[in-house]
Write a protein that binds this ligand. Structure first.
Ligand SMILES: Nc1ncnc2c1ncn2[C@@H]1O[C@H](COP(=O)(O)OP(=O)(O)OP(=O)(O)O)[C@@H](O)[C@H]1O
Length: 417
């Protein structure tokens, strides 16, 4: 959708901002451009809508060499969002959002309708915010209007230059999530410039790490963090790249452990037997529909059984029956207690595909040594433990290096030595 062919930009004062840049962004792809200040990210982006003309080389948008497309016409096809939104202060939010449809000569009612639709899409209520002026909005709301305006004429390409840099971290994270949601439904081709590696990692289907005037690596974030192509990239993404990688590595079935499973209506002594056989100290408890209910521990079961046995022994005293082993009562005198009566609820769960970072956060939040993992249909598929999480991360790095699926990557641990 966007293709750079040997593009160089030298400014009139001799500064070489971009040198022999060649790369391609596929239709519907979101590529983040990240790198230190002055490395040429903005120059690269502004050449796509001809705010800056290359010194040499060619740029294609949707197969068309843009040097032959008049800039104004080109810009109507390319949405553009910048850090200092640049909303017209004397125009209402609705009129700002309708800027491009207005330029395209749409009827007034169609412009309005589209502006309302877009405001809604970016999470602003048109009936509340539509008639306000930009200075009556928060910074985050202004950015949303900027995104709405860029999307109004449904351009296939979106250029975003540090669009969320001026808002506080909490609002930024929310805007990022909303933008990801938007991107997953609208499938625009997006070039997104940012200083912030976390943002580049979170948003980018691929991320382009810029060195001086050139791309050092253009790969999915997980690969950049796991297998940086050069020492420059490794330094740039930082020594904590393993931690950053947590947010782009998804929980997969091969990361999970399979503890014993008990159902609510099972007898606890049977569940205890299963735990004993598998050498486990606890079991996951599922309901009749195989959905997560919670857990039981061997200790909880033993306590219940001992309590029931003592009760039965009291009730049986003086009746002259034979004694059962250990508990002092006949085993068939122990009433059938079900798992339902001693299971505990478990709230710590997540879905397959959740990033490991969120999995870790759920573990910490629930103070749990494991979290249950469910599939799309809410069926229990296994548990993730802290050790499993660590191994998942290491295997995903190894898998990227070997270019194999994660479940085929093996890693050695000190415990194996
Ligand atoms: N109009 C200009 N004239 C001369 N040099 C320029 C001009 N605009 C940018 N540059 C230089 O070109 C280089 C690349 O600038 P550019 O703005 O593309 O970098 P950037 O990676 O976007 O930086 P930042 O993250 O700080 O915005 C820098 O050295 C910059 O000083």
């Amino acid at each position: 959708m966007i293709r750079f062919e040997n593009v160089t930009k030298r400014y009139p004062d001799g500064t070489l901002a971009v040198e022999e840049l060649s790369f391609e962004v596929a239709e519907g792809e979101l590529v983040t451009l990240v790198g230190p200040s002055g490395c040429g990210k903005t120059t690269t982006m502004k050449m796509v809508n001809r705010l800056i003309e290359p010194t040499s080389g060619r740029i294609f948008v949707n197969g068309e060499d843009i040097s032959s497309v008049p800039p104004v016409q080109l810009r109507l096809r390319i949405g553009y969002v910048i850090q200092q939104v640049g909303l017209f202060p004397h125009k209402t939010v609705l009129d700002n959002a309708a800027t491009v449809p207005h330029l395209l000569g749409w009827s007034k009612s169609r412009q309005r309708e589209r502006a309302r639709e877009l405001l809604d899409l970016v999470g602003l209520d048109p009936s509340v915010h539509g008639n306000r002026y930009p200075d009556q909005l928060s910074g985050g709301q202004r950015q949303r209007v900027g995104v709405a305006r860029a999307l109004a004429a449904d351009p296939p390409v979106l250029l975003m230059d540090e669009p969320f840099a001026a808002v506080d971290p909490v609002v930024r994270e929310r805007l990022q999530s909303e933008f990801l949601r938007l991107h997953s439904t609208l499938h625009k081709t997006v070039l997104f410039v940012t200083h912030d590696i976390e943002e580049a990692v979170r948003l980018g289907g691929r991320m382009a790490v810029f060195g001086e005037g050139r791309i050092e690596q253009l790969d999915p974030p997980a690969q950049i963090l796991g297998a940086p192509a050069t020492s420059y990239v490794a330094d740039f993404v930082g020594a904590d790249r393993g931690l950053k990688r947590l947010s782009v590595t998804a929980v997969e079935p091969s990361d999970l452990e399979q503890p014993p499973v008990a159902h609510l209506d099972d007898r606890v002594d049977k569940a205890a037997e299963r735990m004993r056989e598998e050498g486990a100290r606890w079991a996951v408890v599922l309901d009749d529909a195989d959905q997560l209910h919670g857990w039981i521990s061997a200790q909880m079961v033993n306590d219940v059984l001992a309590g029931e046995a003592a009760g039965a022994a009291d009730a049986g005293e003086g009746e002259g029956e034979g004694e059962g082993e250990g508990t002092g009562v006949p085993s068939d005198a122990v009433p059938a207690v079900t798992v339902r009566e001693c299971a505990r609820r478990m709230e710590a769960w997540l879905r397959l595909g959740t990033p490991l970072k969120s999995a870790f956060s759920v573990m910490l939040q629930h103070d749990a040594g494991w979290v249950a993992v469910l599939d799309e249909a809410d069926r229990f598929v296994g548990v993730l433990t802290p050790a499993g999480l660590h191994e998942a991360l290491r295997r995903s790095v190894a898998a990227d290096e070997l270019q194999v699926p994660r479940d085929e990557a093996e890693v050695e641990t000190i415990a194996d030595a």
